[in-house]
Design a protein around this ligand. Structure first.
Ligand SMILES: [Zn+2]
Length: 260
């Protein structure tokens, strides 16, 4: 490890659980962040500062005034310039840590580009505000055997599910189908920062140690200052990760997702 990296990361290398070996694993890791809003700002800022080697992030939108109360990567200059979020995020992140390879994408994630987005990635973080997209991420990540972390926020409430394909439950094990789309929810700004930070924490642990993600659903109430952790089980009949998995997808079953 280079001398300035030893200095930059000295306080996290001191962590017994991480150490120099864990830091080097972070430097070789690649993460996809889907969405560059409030959750994505928190995740990207933390992963970039912690030295994850490659960050790919995608968002089709521009920075707006109504984003600034909760989206920590942006400021009024980005609003005035009408900058796309992915580009503005890349500029801010490059100023924080020039050692990280940044791949900003100003486009919408969807069925047409999901395979290319996942290619070469070690882990995926959900920071989108679109439930159908989250189900697409779930199915694609389980199919590819990629760990991913679902995160969502409504008001002061937040939710996080860590999905380790082949071991723990996936999103469809808990909720087989996405609920009907709703309008944008109210947001108490600390809620997405807390959820995004917890997603980043689990991602860093997974990447630095290789230890599987815990099959746990976390529920946050940022107003009441409480987290609840629920142990959740895999559904053997899940259409995505169960025995008859992927029957509903074009192409049918994919045998290599593993049963753990
Ligand atoms: Zn499942």
């Amino acid at each position: 490890m280079r001398g300035d990296d030893l200095e930059r990361y000295s306080r996290q290398i001191m962590l017994e659980e991480l150490g120099e070996a864990g830091q080097e694993r972070l430097g070789r890791a690649a993460v996809l962040v889907v969405g560059c809003g409030a959750l994505g700002s928190a995740q990207l800022g933390l992963l970039c500062r912690a030295g994850v080697g490659r960050l790919r992030f995608i968002d089709p939108d521009r920075v707006e005034l109504g984003n600034l109360h909760r989206q920590l990567l942006y400021d009024e200059r980005d609003v005035a310039a009408g900058r796309p979020k992915a580009e503005a995020a890349a500029a801010h992140l490059a100023a924080v840590n020039s050692g990280v390879v940044l791949e900003p994408l100003v486009e919408r994630a969807g069925p047409g580009n999901i395979a290319g987005l996942l290619a070469g990635m070690d882990l995926v973080l959900d920071a989108s505000d679109d439930l159908r997209l989250r189900y697409l991420l779930n199915d694609a990540c389980v199919r590819a055997g990629l760990p991913w972390l679902y995160g969502g926020v409504d008001g002061a409430g937040g939710m996080l599910l860590a999905v380790e394909p082949g071991r723990g439950p996936c999103l469809r094990c808990l909720w087989p189908d996405p609920p009907a789309p709703a309008g944008p929810p109210p947001v108490f700004p600390p809620a997405p920062v807390l959820v995004g930070a917890q997603q980043a924490a689990l991602a860093l642990r997974r990447l630095a140690t290789g230890e599987p993600l815990p099959g746990r659903l976390l529920l946050l109430d940022a107003w009441q200052a409480s987290w609840r952790a629920l142990q959740v089980e895999r559904d053997p009949h899940c259409r995505c990760c169960g025995a008859r998995r992927f029957d509903f997808l074009p192409g049918g079953k994919v045998p290599d997702a593993g049963d753990g």
